[in-house]
Structure formats: structure tokens, C-alpha cells
Design a protein around this ligand. Structure first.
Ligand code: SF4
Length: 399
């Protein structure tokens, strides 16, 4: 009896007839995701991928090093944003924190300033937590196995596998959204890539494809292919080294895959922000260490309630958060921003201090600073936009 399928693929024959790019009929064994490493077709697929990578690989700063610490920093940053954005962050971060020890001893403000603008700020704190464990338990050297790395704060399946393979040549696959897209197309896998079960399925398939002793190259090759050729929209199949192995291409289903269930509707909140002016300074507050945007500075403010005007919301939030009574003036900046599970629109108002002694009711601390000093503090991206607008309209004005 045949074993149950792990993934839903079309029931292809081992020998599959297809039309090549040149339009010629060909008989060629198609790869399948089952027992992936043992199939000759899969070996050819991996060989074609590695050959392409040897010629086309992107020259990136973290590929010029074998230092596990530097590879780790790059891999975490690459989960945040695009390669081009990561490069200057990566270089600056390593100038500030050149070693595991220096990261382990990082001060909050310096760490958050180095990460400012990258998003997912908890990851910066996890980096430091993990660095402290590496110093305390591993004499400052990253452990070499995927399993040991997985025990460190902030190391999920992807980071553990990518560091283990790239830095220590361990035979494991690093599977992210790019890799799932490529594999779902190559093998015509119809699993919903938003589902955890699908992620485990792709991990099994990718692990089985890893060529012994070349996991780092294999992972980088798949990542590069997903980023530069097998892109989400308009993949350039004609330039793809896997074209003759790719079921989605052969079946004309490239744009159907990967399958992703629709996202639930994302809530949208309006937030009133008060920039409180007093004697040439403005008030800023340090958010709690834990939670969203932890350890970042911000202007006081909060969520609009039903039946409330934005100006009233601003006055109420400033009072609730800082104990200050203010005159609310002109709204000088409107900023839209998206998080993974909700969107916000920030409405920033000039506010003039009237009375009260500022206290940090909700934040870790509060501080009156000159506008010229704001650049010394780490703010969330949306607040940075408000600061840019504030620089253009620095004085309190009424509507
Ligand atoms: S042939 Fe096209 S769809 Fe298939 S892996 Fe290559 S780029 Fe992706």
C-alpha cells in the first residue's frame, strides 16, 4: 500500500512529458517532494540550482564573512526588510557592536537607536538577550547546531537553520516565504502557505533536498532565486535554472501558486498625538520595555474613542499619560502606518503647556528636550515622520 502523501501535489508519473522553452517535446523525470533527496530528478534540480548560483549569486557584505556573529545579525535583519535597506543598517550595527560581547553589554538607548527604522523592535532586544546567553553559556561563541541555536531567544526555525547552515555548514534548510514560493511552484504544492502545517511541510521538503555538505550554498541559492527570478509577481521563468523541472511552469499555473488564504480584515485605528511645547522644549516619553515598540521614545497620545473629536482625544491622552493640562492647537501632521495586524493613522497636534507637573504614569520615563535633540533618541518610524513635519512647522499654532 502506498504511504499517505505529505503534501497535495498532482499525481504525476515518474516520467513526465512536457514542452521545453524551445518548444520541443521532451521526456524527463520530474522532481517530486517525496523522499526528495533520493530522487535522481531532485538531484539534478539541486545541481542546476547550485550551478546557477555559482554564476549569478549576489555579492552581499555578509557573504564575504564566515563570522557566525555577523551572519546571525544579517539573517535577523533580512527578516525585517529588503536587502538594499539592510546593507547600511548591517554595516552600522557592526561598527557599534563589533562582537557578541559588545552586543551583550548594549545600553537600551544605543541598541534601539541602532535598530531605529528597521521595525519589529523586540527583535533587537532578543538579539541582546541571546548575546548575553552566548557570553554566559558558550564563552562568547555561537553554538553550532540548529537545535542548540533554537534554544536562544529570538531564534526561530528560520534563523536557527540559516545560521547553522551558513556559519557552521550544518545540513539543514532555511525556509522563509521566498523559499516556500519557489518550492510550491517547482513541485506544484497546493498547501496554504499561511498555515503552520504548510510551513512544516515545506521545511520537510527543503530539508530533504539539502545536498550533504552544501547546505549554506543551497539555502542562499534558493533565497536568491526567490528574490531575483521566481518573484511573487512576474517571475522571469525564461531565466530560471529550474524551468525544466518546474511543474507550475509546465502546467501553466505559475500565477496560481503559492496558495494563500485571504487575510482577515485588518483593523484601523485613529491616534491623536500631542507635541507639548514648554519653554522651547517638547515632551517625549519612553515606552515600556515589553510590548509593541518597547523601549522606543514617542510623543504622548492614544486611541480615539467613539464620539470624541481628535483634539479632545489629544487633550485627554496627554492628561492621562503625563498629568499635564494643555491647550490643543493645530494638527500639523497626519501619518499612516501599517503593522502586521492593524493599521493606524496618527494625527499630531501642537499643544501648549498650561499646568501640571509631568509624570510618567504609563511610560518608563519622560523628558523635556529641544527639537535639535530629538535625533539623539530612538523613535518608531511613524513618529520619525511626525518629527520631520515638526521640523518644518516647529512652533505652536492654533487652527
Ligand atoms: S520556472 Fe518560473 S515558476 Fe518555476 S521556479 Fe522558475 S521562476 Fe519559479
Amino acid at each position: 500500500m502506498q504511504a499517505a502523501c505529505l503534501c497535495r501535489v498532482r499525481p504525476f508519473d515518474k516520467l513526465h512529458s512536457f514542452t521545453t522553452v524551445e518548444g520541443m517535446k521532451s521526456q524527463s523525470p520530474m522532481p517530486t517532494p517525496h523522499n526528495a533527496s533520493r530522487k535522481p530528478a531532485n538531484k539534478k534540480l539541486v545541481a542546476a540550482l547550485l550551478k546557477w548560483f555559482a554564476k549569478e549569486k549576489r555579492q552581499l557584505p555578509w557573504r564575504a564573512t564566515r563570522d557566525p556573529y555577523q551572519i546571525w545579525i544579517a539573517e535577523v535583519m533580512l527578516q525585517q526588510t529588503r536587502v538594499a535597506t539592510v546593507i547600511p543598517y548591517y554595516q552600522r550595527f557592526l561598527e557599534i557592536f563589533p562582537t557578541v560581547e559588545s552586543l551583550a553589554n548594549a545600553e537600551d538607548g544605543v541598541l534601539m537607536k541602532a535598530w531605529e527604522g528597521l521595525g519589529y523592535y523586540a527583535r533587537a532586544q532578543y538579539l541582546r538577550d541571546a548575546a548575553q546567553t552566548i557570553v554566559a553559556q558558550y564563552n562568547g561563541k555561537l553554538p553550532t547546531s540548529r537545535e542548540a541555536l533554537l534554544q536562544l531567544k529570538g531564534f526561530g526555525a528560520y534563523t536557527s537553520a540559516s545560521v547553522a547552515s551558513l556559519a557552521f555548514n550544518q545540513d539543514c534548510a532555511a525556509v522563509d516565504g521566498n523559499v516556500m514560493r519557489v518550492l510550491s511552484r517547482v513541485f506544484a504544492i497546493e498547501s496554504d502557505t499561511r498555515k503552520p502545517a504548510a510551513k512544516r511541510e515545506f521545511q520537510r521538503i527543503a530539508d530533504a533536498l539539502v545536498p550533504t555538505g552544501s547546505a549554506g550554498q543551497f539555502n542562499e541559492a534558493l533565497m536568491d532565486l526567490g528574490a531575483t527570478v521566481c518573484k511573487p509577481k512576474k517571475p522571469t521563468c525564461e531565466a530560471c535554472p529550474l524551468i525544466r523541472y518546474c511543474r507550475a511552469y509546465q502546467e501553466g499555473r505559475v500565477h496560481e501558486l503559492p496558495l494563500r488564504s485571504p487575510q482577515r480584515e485588518i483593523p484601523h485605528h485613529h491616534i491623536a498625538i500631542g507635541v507639548v511645547h514648554k519653554n522651547g522644549r517638547v515632551l517625549i516619553a519612553l515606552r515600556p520595555k515589553e510590548g509593541l515598540l518597547g523601549n522606543l521614545w514617542e510623543f504622548p497620545g492614544g486611541k480615539l474613542k467613539a464620539e470624541e473629536s481628535l483634539a479632545d482625544c489629544c487633550r485627554r491622552e496627554v492628561l492621562e499619560e503625563t498629568n499635564l493640562e494643555v491647550e490643543v492647537g493645530k494638527c500639523f501632521s497626519v501619518v499612516r502606518h501599517s503593522f502586521s495586524h492593524f493599521r493606524i493613522t496618527l494625527h499630531a497636534f501642537h499643544c501648549r503647556y498650561e499646568r501640571g507637573r509631568a509624570t510618567s504614569k504609563w511610560s518608563q520615563k519622560i523628558r523635556w528636550v529641544k527639537l535639535s535633540e530629538l535625533a539623539d533618541y530612538a523613535f518608531p518610524t511613524a513618529n520619525k515622520k511626525i518629527i520631520a513635519d515638526l521640523s518644518a512647522n516647529p512652533r505652536f499654532t492654533r487652527d
